[in-house]
Design a protein around this ligand. Sequence first.
Ligand code: NCD
Length: 307
Amino acid sequence: MRHLLNPLDFSTEEISHLLDLANDIEHNLPKYAHVCDGKKLATLFYEPSTRTRLSFEAAMLNLGGSVLGFASADSSSAAKGESVADTIRIISCYADICAMRHPKEGAPLVASQFSSIPVINAGDGGHQHPTQTLTDLLTIRSLKGRLDNLTIGLCGDLKFGRTVHSLINALVRYTGIRFVLISPQELKVPDYIRTDVLDKNHIEYKEVDNLDAAMPELDILYMTRVQKERFFNEEDYIRLKDSYILDKQKMKLAKEDMYILHPLPRVNEISVEVDKDPRAAYFRQAQYGVYVRMALIMTLLEVEKPC
Ligand code: NCD
C-alpha cells in the first residue's frame, strides 16, 4: 500500500505517468465516470480549505465513488482530544482512501503509520503540500510543454508557504531549472530548503526582494499569499502582508509567454485587473487540480485505466 506524504514519494517517471493519466482524464472525462464505483474517499480536514477539499471530493465523485469526512477540527473528535492515530484507525474501517490536512507538520505521516488505507497529505502546517505540487506540475507541463529548462520565480511568503517548499522539492529533479526567490528578508525560504534541497542538488538560484527587476527573466511566476495563520504576532503580518502586489504595470515587464500561477486563495497579492491577462493561469490551475487528484486516487487505489 502506498501513501503520498511528500512529492518525492513518486519518482519522476511515476509523476510523468500520473500527469499523462491526468491529461487523458481531461480530454476523456466520461470514460472515467465509473472506475471507482463503490469506493469511498474520506476527507479529514483539521484546517480550513476550499479548493483542496472540494477538488478531492469532486475528483472522487467524477470517478463514480463517494465521499465522507469533516471540514474542521471542531466538528471532529479531535475537539474531544482524540489522537490522529486513533482517528485514522477508525477511518480505515469506513473508507478506502483518505486525504488529511492538519496544522501540525508530520501529522499525515503519523496517520500513515497507523492506517490500513492510503493516506494523502493535503497540507501539513508550513511543511508540504504534495497534491498542490502535482497540480502545479500538471499546469506548468500543460502550458509550457515541459518541466525542464525553466526559470521559475517564487514570490511572497517563502518561509511559511508549504506549496513553495513542495514545489521546490519536486522541481529540483528536472534539468535546467533555475529559481528566483523573491521575498522580504523575513520571509525567505527556510534554511533546510536552501541547504538540503537547493545547494545539495547544485541548483542555480538567487534570493532577491525586488519583483520588478526579476520579471523579465521569468518563464513562470508563482505568487503566494502571506500565511497569516502561521505568524506569531499580528504586527509582523500587517507589516509584511502587502509586500508584493502584481498589477498590470508589472505584467508589462514580463515575457509574452510567462504564466502566473497561484495556489489560491488570493488576498491582495494579485490585483484583479490581472485576471483578464491571458498569462494569468491560476483559475485554470485549480481546474487541473481536479484532474490530477482523479489520477492520484486511481493510482493509489490501483484502479486500471479504462480503454
Ligand atoms: C494553499 C495551502 O493551503 O497551503 N492553498 C491551497 O491548498 N490551494 C495555499 C494557501 O493557503 O495560501
